[in-house]
Design a protein around this ligand. Structure first.
Ligand SMILES: NC(=O)c1ccc[n+]([C@@H]2O[C@H](COP(=O)([O-])OP(=O)(O)OC[C@H]3O[C@@H](n4cnc5c(N)ncnc54)[C@H](O)[C@@H]3O)[C@@H](O)[C@H]2O)c1
Length: 283
């Protein structure tokens, strides 16, 4: 869809990383922003950055996307004063890397509540009004882990794969209402997430674990680049965005060059497992 001046855009996770970068680009395009995050300080910083650059922030709200009532109340307030959104962006998320034997029930619930239920809550609260208006675009930021079963990503992959499938269904179901859908599946993006990711069962001071973090940063792209890709995907009504290029290669290997894919996944698995069970032989 064409992103016109004055378009109303709702963004979760706007206080940091990809959400903040996307808010800044949307503001540059003349959009009116409705920004949320659990982190009030980050949210206010983003709003200040947008306003300083001449952009328009209509409302901000500190809320937890896992809390349906909080999203519903903010959605009602937006609809009452401003009408339906043009663009709905589910960007907020958390990451947890762990083996199942190290996870409690609370770990599972936390990841799935934020990474899968969070987007569902926003979809429930905002899409009916967009459908009535018969226009708009939905962006869901999932992950490469939603396309590929990455080692140590069980709860995260389950949530993000659910979000990818949900996006596929909505892509078809919303077409009749002239609403486009984009699902974004990044590999590594250089954002504060790399510091907030919860990693269970690994001694973070170990050299090989630090090496994994360094490799992540070497492959990572900037959140500004991802924001640009999101904007182009909306404008071209492109469904799937996989970024950066090397993770796209892995996705292609999964479907067409299975031995290469298996080799990479096994390599990653051994790398992580050796930090958790150093005494065990590689598989
Ligand atoms: N950074 C990466 O390498 C990477 C890779 C793949 C996918 N992603 C996805 O991109 C999205 C954005 O992540 P990012 O890299 O910009 O990370 P980030 O940590 O910089 O931003 C995530 C934002 O979400 C907010 N948030 C977390 N829990 C929340 C909750 N319960 N309610 C409301 N807000 C909450 C955080 O406060 C933060 O501001 C996430 O969904 C993440 O899973 C990131």
């Amino acid at each position: 869809m064409e992103i016109t001046k004055g378009s109303k855009v709702f963004i979760t996770g706007a206080g940091s990383g990809i959400g903040r970068s996307t808010a800044l680009v949307m503001a540059d395009l003349g959009c009116r922003l409705f920004l949320t995050d659990l982190n009030g300080k980050g949210l206010e910083e983003t709003a200040a950055m947008v306003r300083k650059s001449g952009g328009e922030v209509c409302l901000t709200r500190v809320l937890d996307v896992a809390d349906y009532a909080a999203i519903k109340s903010f959605a009602d307030e937006i609809h009452k004063s401003y009408g339906p959104l043009e663009i709905l962006m589910n960007i907020a998320g958390i990451a947890l890397f762990a083996l199942v034997e190290d996870m409690t029930h609370e770990h599972w619930k936390k990841v799935i509540n934020i990474d899968l239920w969070g987007p569902i809550h926003a979809i429930e609260c905002f899409l009916p009004e967009m459908i009535r208006a018969k226009k708009g675009h939905l962006v869901n930021v999932a992950s490469l882990a939603g396309l590929i079963g990455l080692p140590w990503h069980s709860a995260y992959s389950a949530s993000k794969a659910g979000l990818v499938r949900l996006s596929e269904v909505l892509r078809v179901d919303l077409k009749q209402h002239h609403i486009g859908v984009t699902v974004v599946c990044p590999g590594a993006v250089e954002t504060p997430l790399k510091n907030t990711v919860e990693i269970l069962g690994l001694d973070m001071s170990r050299e090989d674990v630090q090496e994994i973090k360094k490799r992540f940063s070497r492959h990572a792209i900037s959140p500004e680049k991802v924001a640009g890709q999101i904007i182009r995907a909306i404008q071209k009504n492109k469904f799937l965005v996989i970024t950066p290029r090397d993770v796209h290669f892995l996705y292609i290997c999964k479907h067409h060059f299975r031995p290469i894919f298996n080799y990479v996944i096994n390599y990653l698995s051994n790398l992580m497992n050796s930090g958790r069970y150093p005494e065990r032989p590689k598989t």
